[in-house]
Design a protein around this ligand. Sequence first.
Ligand code: TEU
Ligand code: CA
Length: 533
Amino acid sequence: MAEAWYQDCVVYQIYPRSFQDSNGDGIGDIPGIIQRLDYLQTLLIDAIWLSPIFLSPMADFGYDVSNYCAIDPVFGTMEDVENLIAEAHTRNIRVVFDLVLNHTSKEHPWFIESKQSRDTEKSDFYIWSDTIPNNWYAAFGGRAWTYDSLRKQYYLHSFLPDQPDLNWRNPKAVDAIFSQLKFWLDKGVDGFRLDVINCIIKDDAFRNNPKILGSRPRPYDMQRHIFDRNRPESHQKLKMMRKLIDGYDQRMLVGEIMVELPGEPELAASYLGRFQDELHLCFDFSLAYTRFSALKWKRVAKRWYEAVGKHRVPTWVLNNHDLPRLISRLRGNENKARLAAMFLLTQRGAIFLYYGEELGIPNSKVSRSAMYDPLGKRYWPFHPGRDPERGPMIWSTGEGNGFTTGESWLPFAKAANRYSVENQELEDDSMLHFYRKLLGLRNKDSVLRLGLCSFIDTTCIHILAYCRELDEDQRLILLNMSGKIQTFGIPLLQDKDIRCEKLFSTHMVQEPEMDSLHAITMQPYQGSIYRLV
Ligand code: TEU
Ligand code: CA
């Protein structure tokens, strides 16, 4: 059997509305993505993941699907999608689609039928109740139960009232959901990112969530989300889904596990299945939620590796369409962002990048009145909305920045020209070339992709140090996460007869920095990768 491609893949997430517009309406689309596949190929990524492109009223920009087997006209046609899959495959790029299976749009024919009456085929496709049965709140505001005047009952929605939750306890609904997956598997899609997949099964007795004392703008944050997710039966459903997908060759499931801050890596890992019989990959966001610090990042990464274990595959991610971009979380500090990228791309397992991350594009500024995101609209300024991290890709300088010939649906990041692919191609030390070098190094070095990782202590708390090891081949990675010059030693290694050969560094010119492992000097925010011989 061929090695599974996902175990050491780099996946590039595209937010289709913001990647490349091909028809001047200011909104990115599928033909636009096809035009940019050559660029993506230069990044040596293994796959692209597209945020939802299916028919949708766009109450939550595609995370509210009204037909899983139709393409929303704003993005293109079924033919465009077939072309995309074919064109990506000729470039050895796999295609991962985003499936939102916890809920549909309220305009999905299933829901329209379900609310019609209590005894049709689809009556129990959703979760209905005569009264509001518990204290659950919705992530996007208000109670999780909304009254439907046609059916004269309340339905459950974990997000917007426009997004009714499917009833995964109904085998007929599960069958119907699985046939949507089959449709895309038969079309040659290589995998799925499964939205909030740990939320699909709710407590069968609808018990109240425990309250959290205090006051917060979002009632949702005033309860612990115990009973509206993570029920034992969700593992059963994922095992069924895994069986289905294993009937096809080399397909992958990556799950978004919605957890409480600051992250629950063990819970996330549980969805990989004890016998690797659930998800192939799942996201743990602890790292993205953790302040940039050598000690903290080390603790978080160690815990994630331990939760996943040696035989399953960890996933690493710093950016996505729900989080302020890392460079903005770092207040624009590019040196820190480079070090973070070096950390990310020297971990074992699957790496997820978010479009524009490779350019260091920061968040766009979006005012409350121009905000589309329902979360931002409702909870501004407590939640500034997610539009800022969804700003358009910056391809070139000048009006529209190569993204559109029309008016972009969201504003570009401030001083957009300086982040453009066009400009960064020309500068040897640009963020783009930095990412390319790291991606190139990872691509040709199986130790960096697959080798086990062990963190090692140095005499300085600002240094994040770890070894990667595969078949006795070793790499040493040293990251100075402080803004000061640091001189330190590595007690564990210094007595051994080891030579370090530098493969790559953020500061290639500052040589020599290492006479022995007793005395290493690193520049502020320097990161280096060595081969140990
Ligand atoms: O996200 C679930 C989720 O955790 C976030 O929406 C979170 O509530 C929010 O970012 C608060 O900071 C997934 C999708 O990634 C998101 O885009 C969708 O809006 C959501 O599910 C509903 O489908
Ligand atoms: Ca368009």
